[in-house]
Design a protein around this ligand. Sequence first.
Ligand SMILES: *[C@@H]1O[C@H](CO)[C@@H](O)[C@H](O)[C@H]1NC(C)=O
Ligand SMILES: *[C@@H]1O[C@H](CO)[C@@H](O)[C@H](O)[C@H]1NC(C)=O
Length: 329
Amino acid sequence: MELLWKLILLLSLVECLEGSGVLLRPEFTKQPGSVVFPLQPGENRREVVFSCEAQGHPPPFYRWKLNDSFILPRPGSHYSLMGGNLRISHLNKEEDVGIYQCLASNSFGTIVSREASLHIAYLENFKTQRRSPVRVREGQGVVLLCGPPPHTGELTFTWIFNEYPSFVIQDTRRFVSQKTGNLYIAKVEPSDVGNYTCVVTNTVTKSSVQGPPTPLVLRVDGVMGEYEPKIEVQFPEVVPVAKSSTVKLECFALGNPVPTISWRRADGASFGRKVDINKASGVLEIPYFQQEDAGVYECVAENTRGRNSAKGKLSFYVYALMMSAHQAL
Ligand SMILES: *[C@@H]1O[C@H](CO)[C@@H](O)[C@H](O)[C@H]1NC(C)=O
Ligand SMILES: *[C@@H]1O[C@H](CO)[C@@H](O)[C@H](O)[C@H]1NC(C)=O
């Protein structure tokens, strides 16, 4: 009985609120989240919807901002509102990337949602059709440039030797930089003669494109004698590394005989935990980076003709989380 009375009381209270026009401040029930949109080459059905929903009395109306300017969803524009949701059709990588925010307003006031970013990941095709032959002497070192096309998102690189699916195998003599895509051959042998094609893969869109083949040709005017290692791939002087992230350092040298690469800490400290030095030694990988891993690292390239080294400092930092505020205006 008592319950029934409470219910009746509550119902009349709600009626009273509506009748008297009591205002309820809008509150978000859904907010937009950040999006990385993978754009495949030649794809035209591309659309993103940012969600936004709020309750309040009177029911809120919605507006959206891109990089702090209001979006005006006019007829014919590629923006449209579905309730509070913002739909962007025919996504365009020049006009649409940025920070989006939803605003919900009623006569009580306006609230602003958290920031949601829109990134577009893409990888264009190589523009050049052919590359001129690279002529080297036997015993010499060589660098073949990849020169990846315009893109966003992280790339990985491999090289085809002559025909797919014959890939260049990395060892102490051959190295593919995952920073630049370039292929390094420490000391050229007659069996290296052929065509080299760089294959670039976007890790976000999963799409791959092939560069124009570069022919490698052996010069017949002599053989290159022995020489000391020349470091061609080296890591930056200072590398800031976030706590718990994985860092990869690259180091590779040309030379005759083929140099060996070794790694050490210049401050004399041992690596302590397990660091991963890949078979060809050109990459030092430190997973789950911690304060004690910070310091100066050195890679040493050595052959019977001499030795050279490269150094860089790994500095440790802790990510400061940026909290997005739900501010009321
Ligand atoms: C929004 O700002 C970002 C970062 O400054 C910029 O890259 C992007 O082009 C801007 N977007 C628009 C549509 O102006
Ligand atoms: C390299 O490519 C050229 C042009 O396509 C071709 O004529 C040549 O035979 C190729 N060389 C090898 C070793 O496959």
